[in-house]
Write a protein that binds this ligand. Structure first.
Ligand code: ADP
Ligand code: RBF
Ligand code: MG
Length: 149
């Protein structure tokens, strides 16, 4: 893989803002978006792609998450985004709240797909892989890291 990887683990926090409104939620995969100033704070040459780790909304429970960092080739985005899908069923939206994430592992580069179904399938596979891996001790111990409030 070209480029260098984000120095992992990587801790980041920011406000949850409105994203592109493409109906990720309708696909069963809502993604909490970070604002541009948070994205700009990232090391500039970090690899875009899909990662997994843990996430927390305000002072809530710490949950597993999968995250996409990059340009979303499937949608021909011109803006870099950082979107976190939390592996938990929330009762309501949490726009405006503080999201804390620890990024633990790189999964794959962002890809283009010939259909929406293929994108959804790829995300599904990412989730399965993340769920299994995050139960392993080396990753699981971050769930109780002092970074989370
Ligand atoms: P947007 O384009 O505004 O990001 P999405 O369809 O991606 O819209 O939905 C994201 C929003 O859904 C989040 O900002 C959050 O408020 C809410 N949400 C509910 N459940 C989750 C979840 N499990 N993971 C991430 N966001 C969630
Ligand atoms: N977008 C892409 O264009 N290519 C990808 O490979 C890709 N992978 C993703 C993996 C995960 C785990 C998540 C949460 C999102 C990914 N996205 C990707 C972003 C996706 O296009 C965006 O969340 C859409 O809003 C989903 O409908
Ligand atoms: Mg989103």
């Amino acid at each position: 893989m070209p480029g260098r990887h984000l120095n992992l683990p990587y801790f980041i926090k920011g406000e949850v803002v409105k994203g592109f409104g493409r109906g990720s939620k309708d696909l069963g995969c809502p993604t909490a978006n970070f604002p541009e100033d948070v994205i700009h704070k990232l090391p500039e040459d970090l690899n875009t792609g899909v990662y997994f780790g843990f996430a927390q909304v305000d002072k809530g429970e710490v949950h597993k998450m999968v995250m996409s960092v990059g340009w979303n080739p499937f949608y021909n985005n011109t803006k870099k985004s950082m979107e976190t899908h939390i592996l938990h069923k929330f009762e309501s939206d949490f726009y405006g709240k503080e999201l804390r994430v620890v990024i633990l592992q790189y999964l794959r580069p962002e890809k283009n797909f010939s259909s929406l179904e293929e994108l959804v399938k790829a995300i599904d596979d990412d989730i399965k892989e993340a769920k299994l891996a995050l139960d392993k001790q080396d990753f699981a111990l971050y769930k109780t890291n002092e970074f989370f409030s």
